[in-house]
Design a protein around this ligand. Structure first.
Ligand code: PRP
Ligand code: URA
Length: 239
């Protein structure tokens, strides 16, 4: 159902063009896990999203559906405990979730398109929001909005953003969230570029990354190739 890429395989893809020596150092570093989902339903839906002729309504619905399918696997290793349940027939031991509660944090704007899908499967999850823009002079990411659930530092947070391009936005968002005392996170993206994966693994080796597709590269404008274009614009019909 899912493809767990060994870090070496990911490293080979993201280090193409770099010296062997640098690649060797990269391999020695502790890195986060990268999981690429190859489920046929996810791939089918993603192919429709990539099509430039797919309109806003369908794009929005598909993003939500894929987010729901992804979170099913992203949460596969959540802790459970046994409880006793009385069925109409007898009593039995059953499993329920235990351990850290979940929180979800979409990165504004496009991350919003993944919230409904995740909430469908994890209705008790609290939702925070984080928004960033890039300062036109310094090019540094600036946080313009952040509201996290009160007890976020005790939760396992799923950071949602369809696109991981340079990784600048996600890395900064994770930094801002860590500054608030939260250290248990997973990053969930629809499409990632090797450059973005590398950036997160370098900046946040403690954050595992889950993607529906690992694309080829970034173009000169920082767009993922082949990608799907501007996710925020396609989601909200702005442009
Ligand atoms: C997009 C996307 C990511 C970011 C990825 O958002 O949703 O947040 O770009 O690029 P990066 O990895 O190079 O940082 P954008 O900044 O366009 O904002 P939007 O969601 O409001 O459209
Ligand atoms: N942001 C997007 O929305 N799409 C890309 O391809 C890169 C960044």
């Amino acid at each position: 159902m899912l493809q767990l890429l060994r870090t070496e395989q990911i490293s080979d893809k993201i280090n193409k063009g770099e010296s062997e020596q640098k690649s060797e150092r990269w391999r020695e570093n502790k890195m986060s896990k990268v999981v690429v989902f190859d489920h046929p339903l996810i791939q089918h839906k993603l192919s429709i999203m990539r099509d430039k002729n797919t309109g806003t309504k369908e794009f929005r619905e598909l993003l939500s559906e894929i987010a729901m399918l992804m979170v099913f696997e992203v949460t596969r290793d959540l802790e459970t405990e046994e409880i006793e349940v009385e069925t109409p027939i007898t009593t039995c031991k059953c499993k329920v979730l235990s351990g850290k509660k979940l929180g979800i944090v979409p990165i504004l704007r496009a991350g919003l398109g993944m919230v409904d899908g995740v909430i469908n499967l994890v209705p008790a999850a609290r939702v925070g929001h984080i928004g960033l823009y890039r300062d036109p002079k310094t090019l540094e990411p600036v946080e313009y909005y952040c509201k996290l659930p009160e007890d976020s530092e005790n939760r396992e947070l799923l950071i949602l953003d369809p696109m991981l391009a340079t990784g600048g936005s996600a890395s900064a968002a994770i930094n801002f969230i860590k500054q608030r005392g939260c250290h248990h996170m997973r990053l969930v993206n629809l499409i990632a570029a090797p450059e973005g994966i590398k950036r997160i693994q370098q900046d946040h080796p403690d954050v595992d990354i889950y993607v529906a597709a690992l694309d080829d590269h970034l173009n000169d404008h920082g767009y993922i190739v082949p990608g799907l274009g501007d996710a925020g614009d396609r989601l909200f019909g702005t442009k």
